[in-house]
Design a binder for this molecule. Structure first.
Ligand SMILES: [Mg+2]
Length: 219
C-alpha cells in the first residue's frame, strides 16, 4: 500500500498535508554548505572558514547581516555588508537543486487525493525563489510564506491560512524539522505532526508523538 494511503487512513479521511520548506521539502543545509564553499573560494580563504560559516549560520537562524558582517570582520574582507547581501541573495538561491524526491512525494500524495501546501517562515521573495529553483512551486496546491501572510509559524493563523487556500478544514498533518515552529505550533492547532529529526534528539518541548524520520515514497 502506498504510504500516502496509510497516512490518509490515520488522518480520518481529511486529506491535508502541510510541509515546511527549509530542511523538509528542500535541502537547505546542503545548499548553504555549497554556498559556504563558493564564499571560501571567492575570497581565497583557508578551508577552516567553511565550518566557521556553517557554525555562525546556525541552520539559518542567524540574521544574514549578522552572518555577513561576522565574516567580514573574521576574515578581514575588503567589501561591505550591503555588497555581500546582494551577492548572497543571488548566489545562495542558485545553490538549491531540483528536489526530485520531494516532488515525487508531493505528487504521490496528490494522486492519492491529498491537498498539499507549503508553510514556510521567511522573506517572500527568497522563499518563492527557492520554490522555483527546487521546482516545487508548480507541484503543490498552495504556498503560504510568513512575510506575505503577516503571521509566522508557530502562530495558528499561518496554518489556518494554508488550510483555507486548500479549501480544507484545519485537520491533517504538518511535516517539518523545527520542533517549536513546525511541530508544537501545528499540534496546538490539532494537526498531527511528523518531525524531521535530522539526527537530533527531540528537545521535549511538548509531549507530541515523534517519528524519527518519514520519507514519502511514490511506491
Ligand atoms: Mg525547516
Amino acid at each position: 500500500m502506498a504510504r500516502a494511503a496509510v497516512l490518509r487512513r490515520h488522518n480520518g479521511g481529511v486529506p491535508l498535508a502541510l510541509f515546511d520548506l527549509d530542511n523538509t521539502l528542500a535541502d537547505r543545509a546542503t545548499a548553504f554548505a555549497k554556498w559556504a564553499e563558493i564564499f571560501v573560494t571567492r575570497f581565497a580563504l583557508e578551508p577552516e572558514a567553511t565550518p566557521w560559516l556553517l557554525s555562525l549560520d546556525g541552520d539559518g537562524i542567524t540574521p544574514r547581516p549578522v552572518l555577513l558582517r561576522g565574516a567580514i570582520d573574521e576574515f578581514d574582507l575588503d567589501t561591505t555588508v550591503e555588497e555581500l547581501i546582494d551577492w548572497y541573495e543571488e548566489s545562495y538561491i542558485e545553490c538549491f537543486q531540483r528536489e526530485s524526491a520531494s516532488i515525487d512525494a508531493v505528487l504521490a500524495l496528490r494522486d492519492a487525493g491529498w491537498k498539499v501546501a507549503v508553510v514556510t517562515n521567511g522573506p517572500t521573495e527568497q522563499q518563492m525563489a527557492k520554490l522555483r529553483q527546487t521546482e516545487l512551486e508548480e507541484v503543490v496546491d498552495a504556498i503560504v510564506v510568513s512575510e506575505a501572510c503577516g503571521v509566522s509559524k508557530p502562530d495558528a493563523g499561518i496554518f489556518r491560512e494554508a488550510a483555507r487556500r486548500c479549501d480544507s478544514e484545519l485537520a491533517g498533518w504538518m511535516i517539518g524539522d523545527s520542533p517549536s515552529a513546525d511541530i508544537v505550533g501545528a499540534a496546538r492547532c490539532g494537526l498531527r505532526t511528523i518531525w524531521m529529526s535530522r539526527g537530533r534528539l527531540w528537545p521535549e518541548l511538548s509531549g507530541n508523538l515523534v517519528f524519527d524520520v518519514l520519507k514519502f515514497g511514490a511506491d
